[in-house]
Design a protein around this ligand. Structure first.
Ligand code: ATP
Ligand code: MG
Length: 277
């Protein structure tokens, strides 16, 4: 059960302050939607959670410990585009995710373990709706299929934290609705905390348990570099986790109070049910 704590985080690039004194606590298995105007630092924040970028001041704690200096298998990521390797097939992309984790130096697995990983990858590929496309290359897939593949690739490493940077932003509305259902299914069945950047508020309310808005309070041109974005809104949304969902052999542990479908839907904000995770 992974917690993320952000303490008085500042991020500056040269003279420009991007993020200003951000403090947040993400409960285990929460689904956070991060919204805010273009350029306010959402991607920067995700890259800090991925250890692709360092903080200028403050700290980020994962399960109470300072975040690793390097990106690792505990954190998966899906970008708006180009998350998958174009020279590998669908199956190759998903298998590689496991190989990179288990055999980081050679990038290859052999024998029984390889067959086992392939079987797991095929199950996951079917789970994300790509059965039959195992031997296709990404160029032969639609945008929606590529994002399904990118999700399978990220999930294959069983990340504790999944970071999504506008993953569905380039998709047509109909395809987006389908992939939202898939996203909820994956989140339900894996024990992971999701942080997703989106420009789409409807998407945020459809998927997230909590919505955080970053905003620069002072936005006059001469003030832009002097003041970074802070937390403008923090909204709890009633959780949508479905109990007992299974995916590719991974079981979800229902959380009492949260996963109980008998609990009526209601206002989220200070509800004790949200604190039980
Ligand atoms: N590596 C970098 N070096 C210098 N400045 C950077 C760097 N990365 C981001 N910035 C600046 O930090 C600010 C925030 O950028 P970021 O990409 O995090 O915004 P964003 O909220 O993700 O925007 P968008 O919604 O358009 O994706 C921008 O002004 C950007 O120019
Ligand atoms: Mg961005």
């Amino acid at each position: 059960m992974t917690t993320i704590a952000v303490r008085h985080l500042w991020k500056e690039y040269g003279d420009q302050i991007v993020l200003e004194d951000i403090s947040l606590d993400f409960a285990p298995r929460s689904f956070i939607a991060l919204v805010g105007p273009s350029g306010c630092g959402k991607t920067t924040f995700l890259r800090i959670l991925l250890s692709e970028e360092t903080v200028t001041r403050g700290e980020v704690l994962i399960d109470g410990r300072p975040i690793a200096r390097e990106p690792g298998a505990d954190r998966g990521v899906v970008f708006q585009r180009y998350s998958v390797f174009p020279h590998l097939t669908v199956l190759g992309n998903v298998v590689l995710a496991a190989e990179m984790e288990e055999a980081p130096f050679t990038g290859r697995l052999f024998g029984a373990r390889r067959r086992q990983v392939e079987e797991e990858a095929r199950a996951l590929i079917a789970e994300v709706g790509l059965k039959g496309a195992e031997d296709k290359y990404p160029a032969a897939l639609s945008g929606g299929m590529q994002q399904r593949l990118a999700l399978a690739q990220a999930i294959m490493r069983r990340p504790k934290i999944l970071l999504l940077d506008e993953p569905f932003g380039a998709l047509d509305p109909g395809i987006r609705t389908d992939i939202h259902q898939l996203m909820l299914k994956l989140w339900n069945s894996c024990e992971m905390t999701v942080v997703m950047v989106t420009h789409d508020l409807k998407e945020a309310f459809t998927l997230a348990t909590r919505i955080i808005a970053f905003e620069r309070r002072r936005n006059r041109p001469e003030e832009k570099a002097r003041y970074g974005a802070t937390i403008a809104k923090d909204i709890e949304v009633w959780p949508k986790r479905i109990a007992g969902t299974r995916i590719a052999g991974k079981t979800s542990t229902p959380i009492p109070g949260r996963d109980d479908p008998a609990i009526p839907s209601g206002p989220g904000r200070d509800d004790p049910a949200l604190q039980t995770a």
